[in-house]
Design a protein around this ligand. Structure first.
Ligand code: HEC
Length: 147
């Protein structure tokens, strides 16, 4: 007779752990994207000519993108489709391979730009292609009206 409540308690604990884990994943992936946003601001200011070109800042942002995105795509377990005001599109779970391919392309473009950018001219020539990934991935894999 005592076995049943114990099993129930274990089941509830497991469920509670799962719920906490998915919430943490949503928060973590949003944090990584916020960091992408913070890394992009100074770079866009340089592209617009509103801030002086600074190679170290550009290279730091490109490294930040590559570090973030590899971790980002691991934070989409099945139980993190909703909650925490996520704006992740349900399409991600329907086509995880396609989503990961978009992430890989972003990382590859950032890596290529990092090797190509040595001065302001090469920055202006190569950076826009990297930043295009932000919009194209959001367009395909993010739901706009969730935020
Ligand atoms: C591979 C796809 C992909 C790429 C590339 C990408 N993002 Fe995102 N981004 C997402 C997804 C998916 C979300 C929604 C995350 C969520 O709410 O669960 C998001 C959310 C965000 C958010 C909102 C975070 C929050 O607080 O909820 C910001 C800001 C952001 N991205 C900025 C950027 C910038 C800047 C870049 C380019 C430098 C970029 N993203 C590149 C997929 C991507």
């Amino acid at each position: 007779m005592t076995a049943q409540p114990t099993l129930l308690a274990i089941a509830l604990t497991v469920l509670a752990t799962v719920a906490i884990a998915s919430t943490a994943d949503i928060g973590d992936r949003q944090k990584l994207m916020k960091s992408n946003g913070a890394a992009t601001k100074p770079v866009v200011a340089m592209l617009k000519g509103e801030a002086p070109f600074d190679l170290a800042v550009v290279q730091k942002s490109l490294a930040n993108y590559q570090d973030n995105i590899g971790q980002f795509v691991t934070l989409f377990p099945d139980d993190s489709k909703t909650g925490e005001k996520t704006s992740a599109s349900p399409k991600i779970w329907e086509d995880m391979a396609g989503f990961k391919a978009a992430a890989d392309k972003f990382a590859a473009d950032a890596k290529l730009a990092s090797a190509s950018i040595t001065d302001e001219a090469s920055f202006k020539a190569n950076m826009p292609a990297v930043l295009k990934n932000c919009g194209s991935c959001h367009e395909a894999w993010r739901v706009k009206d969730a935020q």
